[in-house]
Write a protein that binds this ligand. Structure first.
Ligand code: ADP
Ligand code: UVW
Ligand code: MG
Length: 424
């Protein structure tokens, strides 16, 4: 009997769930269905679903309040689809894999039991706005089916290879060590998927592949990959650092917040008994970024308005391009100019035709060149080439990154070790 994996990805603006079946640890899992609720930060939320001949795209669903609610809606939808015969009841799920953004010092996936759950809850103080949604979903899965094995996959794990000078902040080393204050980096499941698929496409071992990868979604980051390993990334202690995002400021002078509010350290209204969110965190994570500058978190809409001449939207697009180009330049130097490819991924990376063109034109001096035709209508493949090869220059790719597939693949490979002990 094939076993079912529910691969759950709670992002900052969406919950994406893929259903996989698998037979043995040595065969790749088969994707049966993909479902997502997007637009959690720009209501009404929208549902997309694909299974066999059913294809629902951006169907509006009112009254979805946060990630846990979105997950419940998704689970009901999957169970009610009678043509998805492999999944009729929550009990049918053998493994639920959960993307947990902050894994602290965890560098491998962990099976979630009471102990690890509490450890993950404690870590939520480092990333209060990110881990909470995923942990609420873990609890919902456990409640619906205590027999399912829940596994946490960490977005920070791919960056366990960051060299010490890169991950160290210039602060009191003892306080840094005591409180775990260092660069962790995120979007690691996506970067692992990108590294593997691009290396396969280039027919090179991952250990010989050098990339500058950009994961541009509601949260956006850049990653410098040398020999298949992360040697730098733009996010830091939390996903706030680096590039600006839908509601995040990205890098600002740390003292800026004290000029915005006199209550930076006070708890914000979004705090709960378990979750402590300061005004500073609330403002910089939730009340900044495109949303603060244009009133919408939808970068597609911002790009369209920018092209129509809206000055504020033009500024947002040019600002993002400016920050991305800064990271590409820095990472090009860190790779000694030996770059196989510049990779665009995430919702904006995949769909932002104009943004890709602007970025690649600005880094043309490093040997990258956009192919206007391929960029405007990229091939519908996991890795699509959108650059023109220049002598000595790197390629330009779009990768349809898939964090759920990355988790399911790793889950199957390690399934024996991750399964719950028989007596628990
Ligand atoms: N046509 C488009 N051009 C540029 N960006 C787009 C377009 N359509 C959607 N997007 C953006 O993609 C982002 C969502 O990306 P995604 O990676 O799915 O998000 P999440 O961070 O929730 O995983 C949203 O900010 C959305 O505005
Ligand atoms: C780490 C992070 O920012 O994730 P997302 O882009 O899904 O919000
Ligand atoms: Mg995402």
């Amino acid at each position: 009997m094939p076993k079912i994996i529910l691969s759950i990805n709670a992002g900052s603006s969406s919950v994406k769930v893929s259903v996989f079946s698998y037979n043995s640890p040595t065969t790749a899992p088969t994707q049966l269905a993909v479902i997502q609720i997007a637009g959690l930060t720009a209501p009404p939320a929208t549902l997309s679903y694909s299974h066999k001949d059913t294809n629902i795209k951006d169907q509006q669903i009112p009254n979805i309040n946060g990630p846990e609610d979105a997950y419940q809606h998704i689970l009901n939808h999957l169970i009610q689809d009678k043509s998805l015969t492999e999944l009729n009841h929550p009990d049918d799920v053998e493994f639920a894999t959960h993307r947990v953004v902050h894994g602290g010092s965890y560098s491998t996936p962990v099976r979630i039991d009471q102990d690890t759950f509490h450890h993950l809850e404690a870590l939520s103080d480092l990333a209060p706005l990110h881990n909470a949604g995923a942990l609420a979903i873990v609890q919902a899965v456990h409640k619906a089916c205590p027999k399912t094995t829940n596994i946490a996959f960490f977005d920070s794990a791919f960056h366990a290879t960051l060299p010490e000078p890169v991950r160290t902040y210039a602060i009191d080393p003892e306080k840094a060590a005591k409180n775990g204050l260092r660069k962790y980096g995120f979007h690691g499941l996506s970067y692992a998927y990108i590294t593997r698929t691009v290396a396969e496409y280039l027919k090179k071992p991952a250990a010989e592949t050098n990339l500058i990868a950009l994961h541009l979604g509601s949260g956006a980051s850049a990653c410098c990959i040398r020999g298949g390993e992360s040697i730098d990334t733009s996010m830091g202690l939390t996903p706030l650092a680096g590039l600006p995002g839908a509601t995040r400021s990205g890098d600002v002078d740390p003292s800026l917040i004290f000029h915005m509010t006199h209550d930076a350290g006070k708890l914000s209204v979004s705090s709960t008994k378990e979750l402590h969110i300061t005004q500073a965190e609330q403002i910089l994570n939730k009340e900044s970024g495109w949303k603060a500058m244009t009133g919408t978190t939808d970068f597609g809409e911002i790009s369209k308005k920018a092209e129509e001449g809206d000055e504020r939207c033009k500024l947002v697009v040019e600002m993002l391009v400016d920050r991305i180009v800064g990271f590409v330049g820095s990472y090009y130097v860190k790779l000694g100019g030996k770059v196989d490819a510049l990779v665009f991924a995430g919702g904006i990376g995949e769909k932002g035709v104009g943004l890709r063109r602007m970025v690649v034109e600005r880094v043309g001096c490093l040997g990258f060149e956009i192919d206007g035709e391929a960029n405007g209508k990229p091939k519908d493949e996991v890795v699509a080439e959108v650059g023109r090869k220049r002598e000595g220059g790197g390629k330009v790719f779009i990768v349809k990154t898939d964090e759920q597939a990355e988790m399911a693949g790793q889950c199957v490979k390690e399934s024996e070790g991750l399964r719950r002990p028989k007596d628990s």
